[in-house]
Design a protein around this ligand. Sequence first.
Ligand code: A2P
Length: 278
Amino acid sequence: HAAQETAPRAAPALPDAQTVTQVTHWTDRLFSFRVTRPASLRFRSGEFVMIGLMGDPDPVTGRQKPLLRAYSIASPSWDDELEFYSIKVPDGPLTSKLQHIQPGDQVILRPKPVGTLVHDALLPGKRLWLFATGTGFAPFASLLRDPQTYQDYDEVIVTHTCRTVGELTYGAQLIEDVRGDEMLEELIGDNFAAKLRYYPTTTREQSSKMGRITDLMRSGEVYEDLGVPPLAPETDRAMICGNMAFNLELKALLEEYGLREGANSAPREYVVEKAFLD
Ligand code: A2P
C-alpha cells in the first residue's frame, strides 16, 4: 500500500458524533458534561452507553481509532440532552483528553444503551437503597430524576461515600434540585421530598458523617441515623455502583442480609455495576 502511505490523509469523519453543550468542573478530579442527544436514542434510567474521542494517529499507519469507554447516562430519559459525570485520570487514555472538552466540541457516542442498574432488574419492594462511591453516583443521578423511582417505592435512600467534601458536591446539588423539582412533586405528591433520604459520607476529609458506608452498615450506625431497620429481602431493594473493591464488599454484605443479585432476565433484590474508570 505504498500509494496510500504517500497520499495525504483526510481527517477521519467522527462516527456517531454529538456536540458538547456544557462542561462543569467540580473538583480537580471530577467534571460533568452535557451533549446533544441523538433523536432516535431511547434508554432506561440507570443504563450506560459507550462514549469517547478519536485516539492519536498510529505512528506507523497514521490511522486513528475511536477511544471509547462505558459511561452511565446521568440525565433522565425525558431530557433533551445527555449528561455524564466523569473522573479525570491524569494518565488515562481517554479522560486525560476528555477533561479538556469545551462546548461546541464533538464526542463520539454509540447509541446502544445497556446496563443492569434498572428498575426492571428488581422485584417490587418497599425501600430502595442506592449505594454509590465517587463517580458511581452517575446512574443514580438519572434514576433520581425518574418519577418511577418514587412511584415504585415508599422510601428511597441514597448513600454516597467520597474521599472529600468537594467530591460530594455534584450529588448534593442533584439531590437539592430533585427535592425542589415541581414536575416530580406534581406527579408524586407532597410527600415526595420526604421519601428521598440522602446519606453522604467522607473518608479522607472531616465532614458531618465520616467513614465508609460498608463500615457504617456493619456497626449499625447508618440504620440508627436514618431510623430504619437493617436491609431485609422482604422489604429492601438495592443498587450498587462504585469502585471495584466497594462493589465486591457491599455485594457480599447484601448477600449476608439475604438479598440476591438480580438481572434484566431474572429480577431479584439487588443489582450491581462497576464505575467505569480508565
Ligand atoms: P477510602 O478513602 O477509605 O479508600 P475512590 O475515589 O478511590 O474511588 O474512592 C471513593 C470512596 O470509596 C472513598 O471514600 C473510599 O474510601 C471508598 N471505598 C473504597 N473502597 C471501599 C470499600 N471496599 N468499601 C467501602 N468504601 C470504599
